[in-house]
Design a protein around this ligand. Structure first.
Ligand code: 5GP
Ligand code: ZN
Length: 113
C-alpha cells in the first residue's frame, strides 16, 4: 500500500468509486473522466507501479481475465472492446498504480493516438 496513491485508497475503501466488480485481490471501478461510454479501470489491490513492475504472473492473468469479465458484464461481448495499460511518459501514464483500462461502447481508432 502507498499512502499517497489514489488507487490504493479506492482499493482499501477510504475513497469512494463506482465499483463494478471486486475479487479477493482485484477491484474494478468506473474511470472518473471516461473517454468512452464504458470506461472501467481494473486494478490489483496490491500497489504495483505499472506493468513493468508486475512480477506475479498469476495476478497478471487474473487481471486480464477480470477485465474480460467486466467487458462481458458491461454488455460489450458482441460489440467489442479494448483493454489498455499505460507505462511511462510516452504512453501518458498518470496514476502509478497498475491498471487496465476497459474501453467500449463506441468504435475505436487504430492506431491509437
Ligand atoms: P493513466 O493515464 O494512468 O493510464 O490512467 C489513469 C486514469 O485514472 C485516468 O483515465 C483518470 O481519469 C483515472 N483516475 C484518476 N484518478 C481517479 C480517481 O480518483 N478515481 C477514478 N475513478 N478514476 C481516476
Ligand atoms: Zn497504489
Amino acid at each position: 500500500m502507498n499512502e499517497r496513491c489514489p488507487f490504493c485508497a479506492i482499493a482499501r475503501g477510504s475513497v469512494t468509486a463506482d465499483v463494478v466488480l471486486t475479487t479477493d485481490d482485484i477491484v474494478a471501478f468506473r474511470d472518473l473522466n471516461p473517454v468512452a461510454p464504458v470506461h472501467v479501470l481494473v486494478v490489483p489491490v496490491e500497489h504495483v507501479t505499472s506493468v513493468s513492475a508486475l512480477e506475479d504472473t498469476e495476478l497478471g492473468g487474473r487481471l486480464l481475465r477480470t477485465a474480460a469479465r467486466v467487458a462481458r458484464q458491461e454488455g460489450l461481448e458482441g460489440s467489442g472492446y479494448r483493454i489498455v495499460t499505460n507505462h511511462g511518459p510516452d504512453a501518458g501514464q498518470s496514476v502509478h498504480h497498475l491498471h487496465l483500462h476497459v474501453l467500449g461502447g463506441r468504435p475505436m481508432h487504430w492506431p491509437p493516438g
